[in-house]
Design a protein around this ligand. Structure first.
Ligand code: BES
Ligand code: MN
Ligand code: ZN
Length: 495
């Protein structure tokens, strides 16, 4: 994709299509007025006819403009003539790109930077344009013989007045980085389990490290993990023929003495459930059980592209969860790296077994904060659906920072309690703790389990089981929570 920022007079710009906003009751945005003037009142004429009444999400493509250098105009409804909410702004952007991606149009100039949005500046708006457009254009066609692309768009321009050039430029830089990060995350997530194995993920991480010299990669193999006594993690991979990997990413953008932000992503490249085998319907979607890990890779790409002045460590424990002859059995007792023993009551609660050893491992980086993201519990879907990710943690400042970042990035979170009363549910008759806490409050007891390995640092857990991918006819990865984490990192860098 090519990008440009344009400040020159609209009618002098060479684009296949100009995108301008109209409000309800025939009010035109500033750029719509400019276009109206240079087309002898064409927009007013169209609006007067009632062919578009300006409701948010409406669009109308005007695809021939007689005697004019402007090729096409897309009118986009913005709703009432007042500042838009951030959500409605994104809604109008989505309507825009969904209309344009079906056409043969190659270059588009978005003038929707001129409408006012509540609690948002020029930088935020231009960033959203890039993010929303790129997200909608993404397609996973790697394994289609007939790779018909649904979008011909090659160039996105953003129109802004000269005075807004700097903030628009930084919005574009951030938007591109986040969009590229989301693309990587979505691509890896959509890949099937027979291609995207732990080894493949590790190779992708190494490639990322080669592309961005500011990112160092190292891979722990199973024998390295044995030396570290990662008994919980290794017990899961014993049930599979694919060797586990613990991928470590190190981005040093800050001062040597700055304590790192540690990001941990669950990397189950396929979760069949193990001996506690899952049911057949929908099991294909368990290729998405590595979305947390793919998120870490996407965030590192974005952080490196933005050259954030932070130190960030990424940890991706990656394995399959399969029912091989040597797999975990219900009742098995494991010794984790921390020394705590775990009774496996359900082999399908494998994510926490990988994460607990990774949390213990994270201590050696002397972290400022640790954030993990994991497609951890089906219960999160029951509690929160597919709108926010679940948030749980042991530090209010960190949780509040994440909630704020979620709001700004429109990649929302909802906090659930992590009260000690719930820890009761994890009691085991035979070991220090059980790996499942019964049928009540499954998302919370999963986080309770993790919290017992996160006692020595500030920690937050994102349960992304409902948000990392879409199900049904529109099945596919969403790239969440890349925007949220990038926003958190941007805020940390500028705070
Ligand atoms: N990866 C799954 C969680 C999951 C299931 C995410 C469905 C999205 C959709 C996880 O490993 C798992 O199987 N969790 C179990 C835990 C249970 C055994 C306590 C679950 O949610 O059923
Ligand atoms: Mn599972
Ligand atoms: Zn899983």
């Amino acid at each position: 994709m090519n990008y440009a920022i344009e400040t020159a007079p609209l009618e002098s710009l060479q684009y296949d299509c100009l995108i301008v906003g109209v409000y309800q009751d025939q009010h035109l945005s500033a750029s719509a007025k400019l276009v109206n003037d240079s087309t002898k009142g064409l927009i007013n004429k169209i609006v007067d006819r009632g062919d578009i009444n300006g409701k948010n999400g409406e669009t109308l493509l005007v695809n021939a403009i007689p005697d004019n250098s402007i090729e096409r105009i897309l009118l986009v409804g913005l709703g009432e003539n007042k500042p838009l909410s951030r959500k409605n702004y994104r809604k109008s952007l989505l309507a825009t790109i969904n209309t344009l991606k079906k056409t043969n149009i190659k270059s588009i100039l978005c003038c929707l930077t001129d409408c006012e949005v509540i609690d948002a500046n020029q930088q935020w708006k231009s960033r959203q344009i890039i993010e929303v457009f790129n997200d909608a254009i993404y397609q996973f066609t790697a394994y289609k013989s007939n790779k018909e692309v649904n979008s011909k768009i090659e160039k996105i321009g953003i129109f802004c007045p000269e005075t807004d050039l700097n903030s628009t430029q930084s919005g574009l830089t951030q938007g591109r980085a986040i969009a590229d990060g989301m693309n990587l995350t979505k691509l890896l997530s959509d890949l099937p389990g027979n291609i995207c194995t732990p080894t493949y993920l590790a190779e992708q991480a190494l490639e990322l490290g080669e592309k961005y010299p500011s990112i160092d990669i190292s891979i722990l193999e199973e024998n390295d993990m044995e030396k570290l006594n990662m008994g919980a993690l290794l017990s899961v991979s014993r049930g599979s023929r694919q060797p586990a990997k613990l991928i470590t990413l190190n981005y040093q953008g800050g001062k040597k003495s700055d304590r790192p932000i540690v990001l941990i992503g669950k990397g189950l490249t396929f979760d069949a459930g193990g001996i506690s085998l899952k049911q057949a319907p929908g099991m294909d979607e368990m290729k998405y059980d590595m979305c947390g890990g793919a998120t870490v890779l996407g965030v590192f790409l974005a952080a490196a592209q933005m050259q954030l002045p932070l130190n960030i460590v990424g940890l991706i424990p990656s394995s399959e969860n399969m029912p091989d002859g040597d797999a975990n059995k219900p009742g098995d007792i494991l010794t984790s790296m921390s020394g705590k023993t775990i009774e496996v009551l359900n082999t399908d609660a494998e994510g926490r077994l990988l994460l607990c050893d990774t949390l213990t491992y994270a201590e050696r980086f002397n972290p400022d904060v640790v954030i993990d993201m994991a497609t951890l519990t089906g219960a999160c879907l029951v509690a929160l659906g597919r709108v926010p990710s679940g948030l749980l943690g042991n530090n209010d400042t960190l949780c509040n920072d994440l909630l704020t970042a979620g709001e700004i990035s429109n990649d929302s979170l909802w906090r659930l309690p992590l009260w000690e009363e719930y820890q009761e549910q994890l009691k085991s008759n035979f070991a220090d703790l059980a790996n499942v806490g019964g049928k009540d409050a499954g998302t919370i007891t999963a986080a309770c389990f993790l919290s017992q390995f996160a006692e020595n640092f500030h920690w937050a857990h994102l349960d992304i089981a409902g948000t990392a991918w879409r199900t049904g006819t529109n099945k596919g990865a969403t790239g969440r929570p890349v925007p949220l984490l990038c926003q958190y990192l941007i805020n940390r860098a500028h705070g």
